[in-house]
Design a binder for this molecule. Sequence first.
Ligand SMILES: C[S@@+](CC[C@H](N)C(=O)[O-])C[C@H]1O[C@@H](n2cnc3c(N)ncnc32)[C@H](O)[C@@H]1O
Length: 517
Amino acid sequence: MAQQLPAAFEERMKSLLQQNYDRFIASYDHNPFSGLRVNTLKISVEEMLALSPWQLKPIPWCPTGFYTETGERPGRHPYYHAGLYYIQEPSAMAPVELLDVQPGEKVLDLCAAPGGKSTQIAAKLKGQGLLVSNDLNAERTKALAKNLELYGVRNGVVLQEHPDRIASKFPAFFDKILVDAPCSGEGMFRKDEDMIRQWTAESPAKYAAMQRDILKSAAKMLKPGGRMVYSTCTFSPEENEAIIAGFLADHEHFHVQAPARSELFAKGETGWIRENMEETSFILDEIWKQAEHTARLWPHLIEGEGHFLAVLQHDGTEEAEHGHLDVAEPSHTAEGGRLRGKDHARSDRNRSGGKKGKDSSKVSAADQTSGPLEAYNEFLNSHLTFEPDGYAIVYGQHIYQSPLPSEALDGLKVVRPGWYMGDTKNGRFVPAHPLATALQPHEFLRILELRVETGEAVRYLKGETLNVESGRIRCSEGTNIKGYVLVCIDGFSAGFGKWQDGFLKNEYPAGWRWTSV
Ligand SMILES: C[S@@+](CC[C@H](N)C(=O)[O-])C[C@H]1O[C@@H](n2cnc3c(N)ncnc32)[C@H](O)[C@@H]1O
């Protein structure tokens, strides 16, 4: 590698790895590994393998993950714009696999931006239940929201909050929580030289203080019997096994569960901490034994950049107040459907605090209750083949379909309260891009197919107006051919267009467009 590793880092790694240090340091001569994870919300693994222009080699710890060859650029392909996969460092795919997310669960991803692991959780939820993705950094939550939208996530809420403030709203609420903590990033040195420049000998201690606080807040939000996974992309034991041992010492109802398929990972390193970190001397042997059941992905032992992870299982016995919020299940739609949404928009008028209250004030009370949702419902009825789940929420002129009732988010900084459906403009409803990306082709009444091989898909992604004969617009019987069309690339939704008289007006948003590099 071109950049020199910090001498203090090398010294620390020598004392941690001892006889394995030479193999570890030799791994820096290898190119970083890259991978993609198939978005099973849109395409099955088998279909992706058949469609892929690249050689895809399976990643052992993630059934939807595949290595890509150095020099290949799956991010520069129309399939990326159709949300068929997420580009992700292979070892970063391990933590969510061990979280064991099941469809219908309530899951929190507490440090989520830019969304690699959130999109993986969303795929496991299969559109059912709730995903709350949070990050403290405002800029990074924009990327997080965009990635969830590109991926076609319908049941996600994006927050930009301090973990403790979320804990005060959601005590003992979530079935599963991921804490992919901010860290000194030592596992990123091979891939990103900026991480080397930012690292100092004080970094591990600085991040360890943050990690302790974040994990403590996370524990308050887990249901008894629930599971948390703590992960980092760094090697320093202060940020890894020492955090877990300290957490176990303070939280008697948790234990570390050895990872499924533990043969794929190395065990946690506790000896170095016990020799070098005097402040941990109060921790009992029994806890250190548990901390060995954490897992390490070392770059000299696996094909990946490196990760640490711990599966923290709650034993289920703690007396705790259960979360009582009503998460939308498919049955809610059957019961209340769109009318229910109307009721919630009405209650939004009285909101205070957070983005929602501020934006809501721009819309008059009359607009909030009748106009926007009438136009919205009218659009859904005339364009969609199904009723979306959840609660309709009006934020200013934006309309979302949320897995949570609006009052559940009162007082929090909300970046996205749910699936962004569109805007109301002068009494009309204008669908938003994320509505399109999350639809399956059979869920919209007017479809246009574009193919990658003809070059038309890229022209659409560049924002060009296309000549399209009427015969190419597929619409169900009785549907007017003129109007909003769901544009699909090789069979997968990518955005909207508006068809009229042989032309497709391009609705692909400017900020998402294909740019030539
Ligand atoms: C390792 S990154 C997360 C990567 C992400 N999980 C993914 O897979 O794409 C850690 C994140 O934690 C965020 N962060 C830092 N301090 C935080 C805090 N106190 N609460 C929540 N998030 C925080 C950072 O902004 C950063 O985006």
